[in-house]
Design a protein around this ligand. Structure first.
Ligand SMILES: Nc1nc2c(ncn2[C@@H]2O[C@H](COP(=O)(O)OP(=O)(O)OP(=O)(O)O)[C@@H](O)[C@H]2O)c(=O)[nH]1
Ligand SMILES: [Mg+2]
Length: 229
């Protein structure tokens, strides 16, 4: 199996990062893999905990979820990249299954779909509504029957990044990345996952970020975006 780089952005996630890394190590035992943590100025023990669990910690002082991934992807050495939040919401035990889909060539990009099997209580009512609106907009503007445009669990072949123009460095990075993959006609697969309630404080500002993501979908549709630093 090709090497897998697990890239995880963090900002003050000491309550969960240790358990996330334990799950990653358990899932990938026997694989050739590395864990890259992209940290933005954590003031808690996130970095120490990550280092103690064998992760490589890359500093990215500039704020932004997408910014962290751009930096993390550039630092990743694996042929396959896997991503997760540091908040224990995504099932790390599904990474091997997704990586096999990519390694076999069945998919170039696998995205975990939280919405098709969403457990009661895993997501607030407000986030459910926000996701529904964003998914509706994505489907309407891009004519693609996506289930979860905002999912942050991806496993993909790193080489496809070279051909993608993902301009956003903020929370819109997630929807834009998926749109770019689909637009360039790479094999995109959504696979249902069981999402869990977050551990620790959220970093998004729900209404503000959802509104920005909605606007970004429209701007992207008409080519009104520029690469963000
Ligand atoms: N390095 C870095 N990481 C970030 C930044 N913003 C968010 N993150 C991390 O990115 C991941 C996603 O952020 P979350 O706060 O979980 O956002 P979310 O999943 O949309 O919201 P929840 O549903 O509340 O979890 C987490 O691991 C955060 O620690 C940032 O500016 N820099
Ligand atoms: Mg999260």
């Amino acid at each position: 199996m090709p090497k897998v780089s697990v890239v995880i952005p963090t900002m003050n996630e000491e309550a969960s990062i240790g358990r996330v890394l334990d799950e990653v190590h358990a899932a990938l035992a026997g694989w050739d893999y590395e864990v890259v943590i992209v940290d933005t100025a954590s003031r808690d023990r996130t970095r120490e905990i990550a280092k103690a669990r064998g992760a490589r910690v890359v500093d990215e002082p500039r704020r932004g979820y997408g910014r962290a991934y751009k930096t993390g992807f550039a630092a990743a050495r694996g042929e396959i990249v896997a991503t997760l939040d540091a908040d224990l919401t995504y099932p790390a035990d599904r990474i091997p299954e997704f990586a096999r889909l990519v390694a076999s060539g069945e998919a170039h990009f696998v995205s975990g779909d939280r919405m098709s099997q969403l457990p009661e209580g895993a997501m607030t009512g407000m986030h459910r509504v926000g996701n529904a609106i964003l998914n509706f907009t994505f489907r309407a503007l891009y004519r693609y029957p996506i289930h979860d445009s905002q999912s942050g669990m991806w496993v993909f072949r790193r080489a496809i990044l070279d051909g993608l123009a993902v301009h956003s460095s903020g929370m819109s990075f997630s929807e834009e990345l998926k749109h770019e993959v689909i637009r360039r006609r790479y094999r995109f697969r959504e696979v249902p996952i069981r999402y869990r309630a977050r551990v620790g404080d959220k970093k998004i500002r729900s209404v503000r970020d959802a509104t920005k993501n909605e606007i970004w979908l429209v701007r992207k549709r008409f080519g009104w975006t520029r690469p963000e630093p």
